[in-house]
Design a binder for this molecule. Structure first.
Ligand code: C2E
Ligand code: MG
Ligand code: MG
Ligand code: MG
Length: 294
């Protein structure tokens, strides 16, 4: 953040812009290095079938294992990755990791035709030509059946650059993968888009699930989303389920799948595999909080 001006020894500080810019540059370089050095890892948060109580797979979520700071969550670096384009390489790694893991879960439980994995795609990834090849390569490299891979995008992705998004989603759909809308209800929703785009799943945003039973508004919205999804034949996932009451409410509303700290936090691949193959979560969901790993 310091500059030496020509001809004298004054050190000029431009605290606002300059320090921000240099921090940003440093962090960008650090992130680029982290990707090369293998510091980015993929963790998995189990998805629970609300009818059977069984884990049916997981959402893949990226983490940065920083050598000094420890584990960094995506809120610390995803926006920067998105702005700089580094998300393309990060996303490719997450896709490959997730497909390989899911193929392992299927190999361990060949009778389970419900097993799936979801992977987040950012706007930049959807706008990038390489995404279709990356997904195709991740499937080919892992042997994962395409329908078991669900790509999560947000409403914002659909609303920005609609033509490109539509074309890309249809190309992805042609590969046989499925598409989910993440954080549904928090963006600019145009319900018409649910028909125009090849959508298979809606993920009810955590902010609605959070207020269930406390905020009548959230009850109404969640019910409306689940009913809409049912009418359109889409799967529903309740995100951020933290309490038994929330789990029971979303189950009673007819939501298909739940995800949240009540069942498990995002965990390492091996821990996720153990949860997914265990199928101990069958039966009474009330029994969950005590028995489930956090
Ligand atoms: P998201 O896709 O909506 O992922 C769900 C986030 O909610 C995760 O945060 C997860 O840890 C958190 N979560 C799950 N259950 C609960 C709960 O019961 N309570 C609370 N308070 N939180 C819960 P995480 O892993 O920090 O990821 C944040 C966001 O970063 C993700 O939101 C997604 O938008 C983005 N992201 C994560 N991994 C990737 C990736 O590989 N690629 C891209 N493009 N974006 C990613
Ligand atoms: Mg997601
Ligand atoms: Mg989400
Ligand atoms: Mg999100």
């Amino acid at each position: 953040a310091a500059k030496r001006s020509a001809g004298n020894d004054f050190v000029l500080y431009e605290p606002g812009l300059d320090s921000t810019t240099s921090t940003r540059k440093d962090t960008t370089a650090e992130l680029a290095h982290a990707i090369e050095a293998g510091q980015l890892r993929t963790v998995y948060q189990p998805l629970i079938d609300l009818r059977t109580g069984r884990p049916v797979g997981a959402e893949a979520l990226v983490r940065w294992q920083h050598p000094v700071d420890g584990l960094r969550t995506p809120d610390r670096f995803i926006d920067l990755a998105e702005e700089t384009g580094l998300i393309i390489g990060i996303g490719e790694q997450v896709l490959n990791d997730a497909c390989r893991q899911a193929a392992r879960w299927v190999a361990e439980s060949p009778d389970r035709d419900d097993l799936l994995v979801t992977v987040n795609l950012s706007a930049r990834q959807v706008a990038d030509d390489r995404i279709v090849d990356q997904v195709r390569a991740a499937l080919a490299g892992s042997g994962l059946e395409p329908h078991r891979l669900i790509l999560e995008i947000t409403e914002t992705v659909l609303m920005q650059d609609r033509e490109t998004a539509a074309a890309t989603l249809w190309l992805l759909k042609d590969l046989g993968v499925r598409i989910a809308i993440d954080d549904f209800g928090t963006g600019y929703s145009s319900l018409a888009y649910l028909r125009r785009f090849p959508i298979d799943m809606l993920k009810v945003a955590r902010e609605f699930v959070d207020g269930l039973g406390r905020d009548a508004h959230d009850d109404v919205i969640t019910r409306a989303i689940v009913e809409l999804a049912g009418t359109l034949g889409l799967l529903t996932v309740a995100e951020g389920v933290e309490t038994v009451q929330q789990s029971e409410t979303v189950a009673s509303l007819g939501c298909d799948i739940a995800q949240g700290f009540l069942f498990s936090r995002p965990v390492e691949a091996d821990a996720a595999s153990a949860i997914i193959s265990a199928s101990r979560i069958r039966g009474d969901l009330r029994a969950l909080p005590a028995g489930m790993p956090r």
